[in-house]
Design a binder for this molecule. Structure first.
Ligand SMILES: Cc1cc2nc3c(=O)[nH]c(=O)nc-3n(C[C@H](O)[C@H](O)[C@H](O)COP(=O)(O)O)c2cc1C
Length: 360
């Protein structure tokens, strides 16, 4: 049976289908529990949450379903040296972005306060609550931390955008590797070379990793239906991770306009941009993204997000959609379902159908 793989046995789930975690407030308990109840693995992105909020989310998910789920953090959550913005960076950002603030009629923000990494505290909570699965991106975890997870019975998965990163993750001792192709929506989780220099597509990356690495691989990026799942499994994936298609469902925490955009013709065009957060991420092509393509002048992550927050709010209030980056992957135009349960069922049915037709 196609749905029995190394990953499903390791994770004790029925189908090798993971709902990609979304950081920045876009995950929801409803989405996680719907996917986990349907036999997949729901994922909750928690990198912006404080420890208390993570405890609370875990409680809510456990109360709604006794099923496994995946909690996700970012190993590296800032690019700012000492968490600070320098005067020079601030002036450059002002030069680059001030005109957009003028356009929506609001003042250019003060220099953002220094950012303190939250990862160490968050990690402690994960070790405490012991979700069935802990996935992470933007780096490696030290061997002693992975050992603690192993002892606690938590399975780990790290994201790779290149073969080198997959080999580094395998050497570190993770249980699974997420092959994150550049088609995917959201941030590019590169950690050895720059994200701009790590733009391999999912199906090439998957095959490169499969040749050199023994750790089970989860294909992520550009998969949104049964044919995509069948293709990934055929190329050697042990599971798939689907983001954009789940982001578009009613159950996700994305704004209604975000979901509307994902189902519109605007979703035909996506781009990678650093202009909105300071790190490279894929969303629907927007005017600011286009105008600033390849240009410097943004603050280091996540202080660029802080800088842009009032602009984003004003643009939303004024319905200036072309000034916002709505996260989404290249596969968005293929996405059909608005209910996460229906999406799961159709993913399962289509994959069943595909493999049955092959046998017939
Ligand atoms: C809005 C958005 C936020 C995301 N946030 C995270 C995150 O915090 N951590 C993570 O590991 N992956 C994150 N991802 C990646 C997804 O979990 C998933 O791997 C990816 O979306 C799969 O590609 P697809 O969008 O083509 O389906 C995010 C993706 C999107 C679209």
């Amino acid at each position: 049976m196609w749905n029995s793989t190394k990953a499903t046995r390791l994770l004790d789930i029925e189908y090798p289908i993971l709902q990609g975690p979304f950081g920045g407030g876009l995950s929801s308990v409803a989405l996680v529990t719907t996917v986990s109840k349907a036999g997949g693995l729901g994922g909750f992105g928690a990198y912006t949450l404080n420890p208390q909020e993570i405890y609370e989310i875990d409680k809510q998910i456990n109360a709604a379903t006794g099923k496994s789920y995946n909690l996700n953090l970012w190993v590296s959550d800032t690019d700012a040296v000492d968490g600070k913005v320098t005067d020079e960076q601030y002036q450059q950002a002002e030069q680059t972005f001030q005109r957009y603030f003028e356009e929506v009629g609001i003042p250019f923000p003060e220099k953002p306060a220094p950012f303190r990494s939250r990862f160490e505290n968050q990690l402690q909570v994960v070790l405490d609550i012991r979700p069935k699965v802990f996935s992470f991106m933007f780096g490696l975890l030290p061997a002693d931390v992975l050992e603690q997870f192993r002892k606690a019975g938590v399975k780990t998965a790290g994201a790779a955008t290149t073969l080198d990163e997959a080999i580094a993750l395998e050497n570190s001792g993770v249980d699974m590797i997420i092959a994150s192709g550049f088609e995917a929506g959201g941030h590019r989780p590169s950690f050895l070379a720059s994200a701009e220099a790590s733009t391999t597509g999912t199906f090439v990356l998957l095959q490169l990793i499969r040749e050199k690495v023994k750790t089970p691989v989860i294909a992520a990026g550009g998969i949104a239906n049964g044919r995509g799942i069948a293709a990934a499994l055929t190329l050697g994936a042990d599971a798939v991770q689907i983001g954009t298609a789940f982001l578009a469902t009613d159950e996700s925490n994305a704004l209604p306009i975000h979901k509307q955009m994902l189902f519109s013709d605007a979703a035909r065009y996506t781009m990678l941009s650093r202009a909105f957060t300071g790190r490279l991420g894929r969303g629907l092509t927007s005017r600011i993204g286009r105008e600033l393509a390849g240009k410097e002048g943004h603050l280091p992550f996540p202080l660029q997000t802080t800088l842009m927050s009032s602009l984003r709010k004003a643009a939303l209030d004024q319905q200036k959609w072309d000034m916002i980056l709505f996260w989404g992957g290249q596969i968005a135009p293929v996405v059909k379902h608005k209910k996460a349960g229906q999406l799961m069922q159709s993913l399962i049915d289509e994959t069943n159908q595909y493999f049955n037709d092959l046998k017939a």
